[in-house]
Design a protein around this ligand. Sequence first.
Ligand SMILES: Cc1cc2nc3c(=O)[nH]c(=O)nc-3n(C[C@H](O)[C@H](O)[C@H](O)COP(=O)(O)OP(=O)(O)OC[C@H]3O[C@@H](n4cnc5c(N)ncnc54)[C@H](O)[C@@H]3O)c2cc1C
Length: 398
Amino acid sequence: MTMTEANISIRQEEQEILNVVHNFAETVMRPVGIELDKLSDPSEAISQSSPLWHVFDKYSELGIDMFELANSGLPPNRVAMLNAMISEELGWGDSGLAISLEVSIFPKALAMLSGDSELIEQFGTGHEVGCWAITEPDHGSDIIYFGGQLKDMPGKPNCIAKKSGDFLEINGQKAAWVSNGTIAKNAALFCAVDMGDGISGMGGILVDLTQTGVSRGAPLDKIGQRALNQGEIFFENVRVPIKNMVISPELGTFGSDIGLSMANAGMGATFVGVSRAAFEFAVSYAKERIQKGVPIIEHQSVKSRLFKMYQKLESARYLARQAVLNNGMGAPDLKMSIASKVTSTQSAFEVASEAIQIYGGNGLAKAYPVEKLMRDARASMIEDGCNEVLGILAAEKF
Ligand SMILES: Cc1cc2nc3c(=O)[nH]c(=O)nc-3n(C[C@H](O)[C@H](O)[C@H](O)COP(=O)(O)OP(=O)(O)OC[C@H]3O[C@@H](n4cnc5c(N)ncnc54)[C@H](O)[C@@H]3O)c2cc1C
């Protein structure tokens, strides 16, 4: 894959798709994201009357998830590029909602990977809310780090799927940090598997979360991405057919590497959108705000600050497109997905912080848009793996 491929020009029909997504990001996601961010109780964000459901409904109507685009007749490299650009648009609208929409597809992706018509029918056809349940109360970075080699992880897993006849019986819990944890209908559950002779590694299992034995924690209250629902999922003797285990422990780190590569590349593209939003707000404010008799953009230090923001945004964007392209072309490269996620989230945090500086005191005020962007970006540096732990994992692949 070359950087030239990551820089392909956009055709008219693709631009039309992007225009539709941009309009959705601007008119639906952004206002709802701001509204949900202001709620003091995260339970209100998932109440029946919450505008969150409108976001899910409108997104389904667009018909632009990665599988729908894959069936659009466009070649895979163009589908991948569109996916990267769409994630950027969604992140530009509201990163918390973007992650909620994007992570929803994980059970569908696992079902498609299985190639099993029944699993595809059950988990791969609708637009139900989904989640990727992997981290645990006692194992956050550990799960990211040890991945498929869970048997080497210090301490006991909090969630275990144990073979019982033709079924897996799941007991335990996943962390309060599972995105869509309290609202998901289906889970791509990644947990320790015991096929009868002890824990052999991690499996990727499709679970219908509406079945008996599944319960949820309270929605998590947090600093940023407040529109993104998160919460614990508990399992008590939850039985699923063995064939629901699409990724088996024998595959070693393969399954966790693929999941993390998809998630990190998606994060990379999404948080380019946050940098872009902060950069755009900063440029337009700098052109309006007058100090010493001129718009502040006329002051050299403000110009220089804006250029550094632009530099970070563009660097993150090209890396993000390449990482998404690798995944889309069937050649996932976990190192590059991690490099993209770490670069993009770090850049989004720095660019949003610089935007606050350009806004001066107003940048700190809730009435202006940039402080929320910084809070949203701050969460992203821990989301889907702490950036420093991801860096160590990537370096182990050298
Ligand atoms: C917004 C958001 C969304 C998320 N979405 C999901 C989701 O959809 N599904 C899901 O399952 N989880 C999700 N998570 C959980 C996320 O993956 C974990 O929070 C993350 O992996 C870190 O785990 P932890 O919070 O337990 O921190 P810990 O692992 O306890 O880490 C604490 C500190 O110790 C450091 N540290 C830990 N281990 C090492 C090591 N080996 N070497 C060096 N330093 C180390 C870390 O860098 C960090 O600074 C989400 C988290 C956030 C914030």
